[in-house]
Write a protein that binds this ligand. Structure first.
Ligand code: HEC
Length: 131
């Protein structure tokens, strides 16, 4: 009986909790549910392409370097940026709100617009595929 009450409290606590940690695969699954199948090769192309509509940088690699397993550096502030690939930085793509926040900011900085769900799915698939 006491065990059951404890389990119930645990379950309620988990549902009521705010910080929802997910796995990179769950984050990808959510994006795929919105966009359709993801394509890691297209995601890599987005990562490596140069754009001209951006405000702060012409590419993702400007800050994240061309190696997603490497430590990056902010093109304006020189602030150190941890690697983007989950294989090199284990908390990457585990916090949906953080992922959304930075897609929004960085796509605007580089593309001059928000990324589509498809672009986000592809990019996330590429990051997960890096071994
Ligand atoms: C002007 C520098 C800059 C550019 C250019 C940039 N980023 Fe980032 N990015 C950052 C910073 C700063 C963070 C957050 C700091 C951190 O988490 O280490 C970040 C974090 C992220 C995250 C969060 C991942 C996670 O789970 O923690 C994603 C996703 C991301 N960037 C995607 C992109 C994409 C896609 C592009 C290209 C369209 C891009 N970034 C270009 C600076 C940049």
């Amino acid at each position: 009986m006491i065990k059951r009450v404890l389990l119930l409290m645990l379950a309620v606590g988990m549902i009521g909790g705010t910080a929802q940690a997910e796995t990179p695969q769950q984050i990808l699954d959510n994006l795929v549910a919105q966009a359709g199948p993801a394509n890691a090769a297209r995601g890599e192309k987005l990562f490596r392409s140069k754009f001209s509509g951006g405000k702060n940088a012409d590419s993702c690699t400007a800050c994240h370097t061309d190696n997603a397993k490497a430590v990056g550096s902010h093109v304006k502030t020189n602030k150190v940026i941890d690697p983007l690939a989950p294989v090199a930085q284990k908390d990457r793509f585990t916090d949906p709100a953080k992922v959304e926040k930075w897609f929004k900011r960085n796509c605007n900085d580089v593309l001059g617009r928000a990324c589509s769900a498809q672009e986000k799915a592809d990019f996330t698939a590429y990051m997960i595929s890096i071994k």
